[in-house]
Design a protein around this ligand. Sequence first.
Ligand SMILES: Cc1ncc(COP(=O)(O)O)c(C=O)c1O
Length: 397
Amino acid sequence: MVRYLSTPSEIEIMLIPSQRNQFDIPENIAYLNCAYMSPLMKKVVEAGKLGVDLKSRPWQLTPADFFTVPDQVRTKSAKLIGAEPADIALIPSVSYGIACATKNLTVEPGQEIICLTDQFPSNIYPWRQMASERGGSVRMISENEARTGNGHTDWTTALLNTICDKTAIVAIPHCHWTNGAIIDLVRVGEKARAHGAALVLDITQSCGALPINVEDVQPDFLICASYKWLLGPYSTGFLYVAPKWQSGRPLEEGWIARKGSEDFRRLVDYQDEYQPGAVRFDMGERSNFHLMPMMDTALAQLLEWGVENIAETLLVKTRYIASKVAPLGLEAPPEDLRAGHFLGLRVAGGIPDGLLPALVEQDIYVSVRGDSIRVTPHLFNTTEDADRLVSALEQNL
Ligand SMILES: Cc1ncc(COP(=O)(O)O)c(C=O)c1O
């Protein structure tokens, strides 16, 4: 069973059979790289094409088209994380979502913003900027601080040991993007609240493949890009804004976020009031007629499969690969310290430069991030893909 799930224990988990036929992936391609960029399901591509067609015939566009699908995306995104639709804003990127958080949170001189070493840069640069402007500092927890007695990485314990009264903000992921090392967000959230610190989450490398519930974790801001584990298009994502921040300042002052924007004839009756909830944080032109239907279609399929089921199925896949490559000296974090969908394999002596090109030569796709070979399968991967990776690693290491 995957840990740190904040999932009701009575949920019955089902393993999901291969969904490769939903994707356009040639048989010879072993694409084990969802953490880089997911492929699109055929029906997601279709939804995008219909959206492009609609834009090519604007006389068929109605005011409702600006609202209906974005609101569906809001509802489905909310369902994925146990939130209300009104808590969700539609954004283009993690950078945008973190910028919304930095616009509303504060750090005082002498206070700290806590992040993890080698965290993804979109969740580092804005904090460095904020700290340098306002006199605080970014406290990067090092891997050494998180190292356990047997040499593994336990970010949760390190975070619990570091959060203190001078912590203003904890800005972290649910699992590390280089190797999938997991963080117990419920415990970290509790500790942050006990010290009056805000919790900002970038869950791009886990949402859709690792359950999370905002009622348990209680983040202040939570951000997810669509193009990885949400199986959605590039340049889309969502931002969860806790109710207490929903009267904050958005990055943009767009027309559609204002009260009454559904009535196009009256847009010049300028309104001081916003639409309710987190809508004020929406990006400009959020009613993107091809990207929003794509995101909506992908989210519908994720919800139909069920994130708990996806998580368990992907754990079975990564566990299989981890067991096969262990005799080659490739070490994955232990299962209680990694996300089930994510395998970061460390090679004793380092990763040879020629490894990735040699794998690509055999139509096998993984990533190297930091000192890990990052293997991230999804429901389109078969046992044959895994076996091909294992034998290519045998040949090339
Ligand atoms: C953890 C994480 N966050 C964010 C991103 C993307 O950031 P942005 O949406 O700002 O391009 C990535 C991309 O690899 C990522 O791994």
